[in-house]
Write a protein that binds this ligand. Structure first.
Ligand code: DGT
Ligand code: MG
Length: 466
């Protein structure tokens, strides 16, 4: 069949948030190469200049959304976001199967060391460059020579092998289950979502991101410290840092720059490392990929149903003082409702909770002394593996924006925010959406409504893998 396929360019919208970007796509040989160029540019040039890296990321993102393999450059010649450098690399791969420039980068010892060092929890490009300047080229040399008192670096170095072993879907589900048991105890009726890459259908990830909210807006006050105490008392937590919320309403309209390494938001959160029994990972290794994916999705459905049941049991009835929010999961529509809170937010944090905050703050500002010395803990490690976990707690009113933000991908968020600003005169963040035309916030009571408010077609999390 000699028929030439029509050019794909006419059908490609400008922003990644307007395109289906599935996890499995047809152009990996190009996108793998472009992502190496992106990573190299990100590490090579200083933090302020992410634009070079972004150019490769944008090009790769477009290729991921194509519904078939690219067979000639002319098909994408006029596509926005595929610049001349990316085109050159694509052309080379079309002709020779590989790109010389990419091969060179992969073989570059500087690049290899930068990748090795920036994979350490707590180490960014600036610190990695210092290590290279000292002449270090292995993790052991960093372990021997690095004197940083940063808790992340200390634990990151001690548990580096654990933390660079990909987290499996079964482990993510296990962690979600463990956290849920403790959340049920300290914050009954709370809703939890596994977010990040796992929600987008990935089978492995570098961490587990869990978003928590309660249908009663003020119920979350003090809940995270209680949750952490509960987890700690069961010897699940290895180390971590609790961050208080820094949110205030003016942030909704302020112009904040998107940082290259993810969006900073202002939610209360816990960033840490927990222990997962080795048998959980081994179980996952034995199951085939498709079934474990389905298992994950089914589990998510069950989770949502459980929460619905809880809401209904607690008799969250709708009335004029009650907002409600809905989320579609498969054929199921899950209703979360908001009731007037009985707590007064000003006095809600009791003295005893203030003490909990303080002790958590103290423990996390140093190298988490309450959890022991990282090297000694590593030396006596039992039958478990260390896993990075982020627990984020969102007020009900911001939940669906937080869900979109924490589901990602980072590039999806970046483009959605740029689209909102440039095309809609709105400001999007994980806390909400502000419409400058109307001079007001747009509420969302489902994930779909976030897209509706932006006048975007809805994309499932699995289609946000740019
Ligand atoms: P992974 O863990 O390597 O499989 O990849 P992801 O996509 O789960 O990335 P991760 O864990 O760094 O972040 C999860 C998502 O949450 C990501 O797609 C973007 C978003 N995100 C990450 N950090 C922040 C943050 O500090 N604030 C906000 N709003 N979003 C963040
Ligand atoms: Mg993640």
């Amino acid at each position: 069949n000699n028929q030439v396929a029509p050019p794909v360019s006419a059908r490609i919208p400008d922003y990644a948030c307007q395109r289906h970007t599935p996890l499995q796509h047809h152009n990996t040989k190009f996108t793998d190469a472009l992502e190496i160029l992106e990573k190299y540019a990100d590490l090579r040039y200083d933090d302020q200049d992410y634009s070079r890296a972004l150019a490769f990321r944008r090009a790769s993102c477009v290729l991921k959304s194509l519904s078939r393999p690219l067979s000639r450059l002319s098909e994408i010649q006029n596509v926005t976001h595929i610049g001349s450098h990316s085109q050159k690399v694509i052309q080379e791969i079309l002709e020779d199967g590989t790109s010389e420039e990419v091969e060179k980068i992969c073989a570059d010892p500087w690049f290899q060391k930068m990748k090795l060092f920036t994979a350490i929890f707590g180490i960014g490009p600036a610190r990695a460059k210092e290590f290279i300047a000292k002449g270090w080229s292995s993790i052991q040399e960093v372990r021997d020579g690095c004197t940083s008192s940063d808790w992340r670096i200390q634990w990151g170095l001690a548990f580096h092998e654990d933390l660079t072993t990909p987290v499996t879907r079964a482990e993510a589900d296990y962690i979600l289950g463990v956290v849920r048991r403790h959340v049920d105890r300290v914050l009954p009726g709370a809703v939890m979502e596994l977010t990040g890459g796992f929600r987008r259908g990935k089978q492995t990830g570098h961490d587990v991101d869990i978003l928590i909210m309660h249908p009663l807006e003020n119920k979350i006050i003090g809940a995270l410290p209680r949750l952490l105490q509960s987890l700690q008392s069961h010897d699940i937590v290895l180390c971590g840092r609790h961050e208080r919320s820094t949110y205030h309403e003016e942030l909704l309209t302020q112009n904040t720059k998107l940082s290259p390494r993810g969006q900073l938001d202002h939610f209360e959160k816990w960033i840490g490392i927990i222990k997962v029994p080795n048998k959980i990972r081994i179980k996952n290794d034995q199951s085939d990929k498709t079934s474990s994916h389905q298992l994950g999705n089914n589990k998510c459905n069950t989770d949502m149903k459980e929460n619905k049941d809880k809401c209904e049991n607690r008799n969250f009835q709708s009335d004029k003082n009650t907002d409600s929010c809905k989320r579609d999961v498969g054929n199921e529509s899950v209703l979360y409702q908001r009731q007037e809170d009985t707590l007064d937010s000003g006095s809600a944090i009791s003295d005893s909770l203030e003490d909990v905050w303080e002790s958590l703050d103290k423990a996390s500002s140093s190298s988490s002394p309450s959890h022991g010395n990282p090297r000694e803990v590593k030396a006596s490690q039992g039958d478990w593996i260390a896993r990075r976990v982020d627990l984020i707690i969102s007020p009900f009113s911001q939940f669906f924006y937080a869900l979109v933000g924490w589901t990602g991908s980072k590039q999806f968020n970046r483009d959605a925010r740029t689209y909102a600003e440039r095309e809609m005169n709105m400001k999007l963040s994980s806390h909400g959406l502000y419409d400058f035309n109307q001079g007001k916030q747009l509420v969302a009571s489902s994930e779909r409504e976030v897209f509706d408010n932006l006048k975007l077609p809805y994309f499932e999390p699995q289609d946000r893998n740019c």
